[in-house]
Design a protein around this ligand. Structure first.
Ligand code: HEM
Length: 162
């Protein structure tokens, strides 16, 4: 096993694998509310970078749905964190924000998508990822699209799976 780069110590609580404890809840004004399950993995290879994958599945059929993968970097000497993300929907994004204790508060700084991405297009994303006092991990994602103002899309709680 490779030693964790000291630059990542403030994020060591994220490392490892997580799976939804109970199905996550999806919503948005324009869609039917839904439930989903999701597994997360955060790993490193000794660089000052965390590698991650988020894989979501239909809560009943277990059919693969949304997927994201990317990298997490921290500004040297600061608690500013950047997520560099690619999504299977054809979206790529940079999210940045501050780490306070074991809570990340991120906002999209840049979004781009494939020319034939489905509409409506996302215009802004914000997410909070935090370690709860009970040791579970919680993620809340809000977004604004062409048609709708900023509003919650996802809420989910994970337990450690390794
Ligand atoms: C719908 C974006 C993550 C499941 C949508 C829509 C957008 C969107 C723009 C269409 C909304 C509308 O029609 O007004 C995103 C973004 C995500 C994300 C930016 C991550 C940051 C997820 C995840 C799941 C999911 C993790 C889990 C399964 C769905 C479903 C719908 C939907 C089921 C409704 C049906 C559909 O349009 O496919 N999402 N989504 N999304 N999303 Fe997400």
């Amino acid at each position: 096993t490779v030693e964790l780069n000291p630059a990542l110590l403030p994020l060591d609580w994220l490392l490892g694998s997580w799976e939804s404890d109970e199905p996550g809840e999806g919503c948005f004004t324009s869609i039917k509310p839904f439930r989903y399950i999701e597994t997360l993995n955060f790993s490193h290879v000794g660089q000052p970078v965390i590698n991650f994958t988020f894989n979501a599945f239909h809560a009943e059929t277990k059919k693969p749905l949304h997927r994201e993968c990317g990298f997490i970097r921290m500004q040297p000497g600061a608690l500013r964190v950047a997520f560099i993300i690619a999504q299977n929907s054809g979206l790529v994004e940079i999210e940045e924000g501050e780490l306070t204790a074991q809570r990340l508060n991120l906002q999209s700084q840049a979004l781009a998508r494939v020319s034939f991405a489905r509409e409506p297009h996302v215009q802004k994303i914000s997410r909070v990822i935090q370690l709860r006092p009970d040791g579970r991990l919680e993620q809340t994602v809000s977004m604004a699209t062409d048609n709708q103002p900023m509003m919650q899309h996802l809420h989910i709680i994970y337990r450690r799976s390794s």
